[in-house]
Design a protein around this ligand. Structure first.
Ligand SMILES: Cc1cc2nc3c(=O)[nH]c(=O)nc-3n(C[C@H](O)[C@H](O)[C@H](O)COP(=O)(O)OP(=O)(O)OC[C@H]3O[C@@H](n4cnc5c(N)ncnc54)[C@H](O)[C@@H]3O)c2cc1C
Length: 404
C-alpha cells in the first residue's frame, strides 16, 4: 500500500496526519516539513513569543507518522503519483495533501533591515531586538502587526503603528470593533497613524528613518512589516495544479490534480454558508479543521466542509473574536452589554446572521461569539430587536427561524 504524504508540517498538515490515524488509516503516513523543527504553533509568536509545540516527537512516533523535518517537497509528478524531495529522494504517494501554508509578504523597497513574522526563526530574530526603550515601528495595522505592537509596548518599547488604510484591521473586522481595539492601543501609549503609506526607509546614524506619504518621518530602532501573507502555491503552480491566490480546491479540499488535496492557509475553497464564495482564510482553527476534513476526504469522505470562519486576536489585555465573514453583511445590529462590551452582528440582505464580532477584556466576549457562531451555522434570521437587547439571552435567540 503506497503512502499518504503530507507536504507542510504546520497546524494543518500535522492535524491531518493525526486525523488519518483517528479515521482508521493503517498505511504509511509521511509528514514532510520544510522547517527544521518539530511542528509548533504560530499564534504565540506575535503574542508572548513563547515556543509552543503542536505535538512532541513521541506522539508522532506513537501514531506511526514518519516525520521528515527540514525536508522540502520540491517537485511533483501528478500523473505518476510521485513527488521529489529537495535532497533528490523520490516518494510514491497514494494521496498527497499540500498543507504548505503562507509566507509573510515583504515591503517592496529596501534601504534598511525590516523584520517579518511567520516562523519561529523570524520570531527569535525579532524578540532579540525588542528591549525597553527601543523605538519600534510596525508597518501594517492588521492582527499580526497589532499583536506585535502590544507585545513590544509590554516589553517597554515606544511603538508606532503605520497603516495605509483609513482604520485598523480593515480587511476582516467591522469598524466598530476595530475602534475598540484602537482605543485600547492608544490607552497603552501606542502611536497609531492610519491613512498614510510608507514611501521609503533609510538607515541613519541613530536608527531607521521611515518617510510617510503624509505626516512626519518616523524614527525607529526596530522596523517590522505586518503587511499580510501570500499563499505558498509554488509547488502546485509548478505541477500545473489550478491556483488563484491560493490552491483552488472543492468543498472537500480536492485540487484539480487526481488524488492531490490542499488545505489550510494555502488553499481557496468554496464556502456553502456564503453562496460557495471562494475563501482563503488565515486562521488557526480553520487550519486544524481543514486538516481533519482533508484527511477524511483522502480516505474517501464525501461531505463538504462548512465550518464557520472564526478567529481571535489578543492585543494588550483585550481579546477580539470574529465569527463569520463581516464583509458579507448588508446591515448591522449592536448589543450594548451592561459591562460596556459591544457585540456587533452583521446581517445579510435577507436578514440572515452572517457575522459577529466583539472585543473586550480577557475572555469577556467568548460566550456571546460562540452563540453567534451557532446562529450563523444554523443560517438563522434572528429578530434584530432581540439581538440588540442585552436583557434577552442570546441562547434564547437560538430558536430563531432559519433563513430560506
Ligand atoms: C505570528 C502569527 C500569529 C497568528 N495568530 C493567530 C491568531 O491569533 N488567531 C488565529 O486564528 N490565527 C492566527 N494565525 C494564523 C494561523 O497560525 C495560521 O492560519 C495557521 O498556522 C495555518 O496553518 P497551515 O498549516 O495552513 O500553514 P503554516 O502554519 O504556515 O504551515 C505550513 C508549513 O508548510 C511548510 N512548507 C511550505 N512549503 C513546503 C514544501 N514545499 N515542502 C515541505 N514543507 C513546506 C512551511 O515551512 C510551514 O512550516 C497566526 C499566524 C502567525 C504567523
Amino acid at each position: 500500500m503506497t503512502a499518504i504524504v503530507i507536504a507542510g508540517a504546520g497546524e494543518c498538515g500535522t492535524r491531518a496526519a493525526f486525523a488519518l490515524r483517528e479515521e482508521g488509516w493503517d498505511g504509511q503516513v509521511i509528514l514532510a516539513g520544510a522547517e527544521p523543527s518539530p511542528p509548533y504553533e504560530r499564534p504565540p509568536l506575535s503574542k508572548t513569543g513563547e515556543l509552543k509545540p503542536i505535538c512532541d516527537s513521541g506522539a508522532l512516533r506513537e501514531a506511526r507518522i514518519t516525520f521528515l523535518p527540514g525536508t522540502e517537497v520540491a517537485g511533483l509528478d501528478t500523473a505518476a503519483h510521485v513527488l521529489e524531495l529537495a535532497d533528490g529522494r523520490r516518494l510514491a504517494y497514494r494521496s498527497l495533501l499540500l498543507a504548505t501554508g503562507a509566507r509573510a509578504r515583504r515591503l517592496p523597497f529596501g534601504g534598511a533591515p525590516v523584520h517579518v513574522l511567520r516562523t519561529r526563526a523570524d520570531s527569535a530574530a525579532l524578540r532579540e531586538r525588542l528591549r525597553p526603550g527601543r523605538r519600534v515601528a510596525v508597518i501594517g495595522g492588521g492582527f499580526i502587526g497589532l499583536e506585535l505592537a502590544s507585545s513590544a509596548a509590554a516589553l517597554g518599547g515606544t511603538v508606532t503603528v503605520i497603516e495605509l488604510g483609513p482604520r485598523l484591521m480593515g480587511r476582516a473586522v467591522p469598524a466598530r470593533t476595530a475602534a475598540v481595539m484602537a482605543e485600547r492601543h492608544i490607552a497603552a501609549g501606542v502611536d497609531i497613524r492610519c491613512g498614510t503609506g510608507v514611501t521609503g526607509l533609510a538607515q541613519t546614524a541613530s536608527g531607521v528613518a521611515i518617510t510617510l506619504a503624509e505626516g512626519p518621518t518616523v524614527e525607529a530602532d526596530v522596523v517590522v512589516a505586518g503587511v499580510g501573507a501570500a499563499p505558498e502555491t509554488s509547488l502546485a503552480d509548478a505541477a500545473g495544479i489550478e491556483t488563484c491566490d491560493g490552491i483552488t480546491v472543492d468543498a472537500r479540499f480536492a485540487t484539480s490534480a487526481p488524488d492531490v488535496f490542499a488545505a489550510g492557509d494555502c488553499c481557496r475553497y468554496p464556502h456553502p454558508l456564503y453562496d460557495d464564495r471562494p475563501l482563503r482564510l488565515e486562521s488557526w482553527r480553520a487550519a486544524q479543521e481543514h486538516g481533519t476534513a482533508a484527511a477524511r476526504a483522502m480516505l474517501g469522505g464525501t461531505g463538504p466542509y462548512a465550518g464557520v470562519p472564526w478567529f481571535w486576536s489578543d492585543q494588550h489585555d483585550y481579546t477580539l473574536q470574529v465569527a463569520g465573514l463581516a464583509d458579507t453583511a448588508a446591515g448591522e445590529v449592536v448589543r450594548a452589554r451592561p459591562d460596556g462590551v459591544e457585540i456587533w452582528f452583521g446581517l445579510n440582505g435577507s436578514g440572515r446572521l452572517v457575522a459577529a464580532a466583539a472585543a473586550g477584556p480577557g475572555n469577556s466576549v467568548a460566550k456571546d461569539i460562540r452563540l453567534a457562531e451557532m446562529l450563523i451555522a444554523r443560517r438563522a434570521a434572528p429578530d434584530p430587536a432581540a439581538l440588540a437587547d442585552p436583557a434577552i439571552a442570546l441562547k434564547s435567540v437560538l430558536r430563531s427561524p432559519v433563513a430560506s
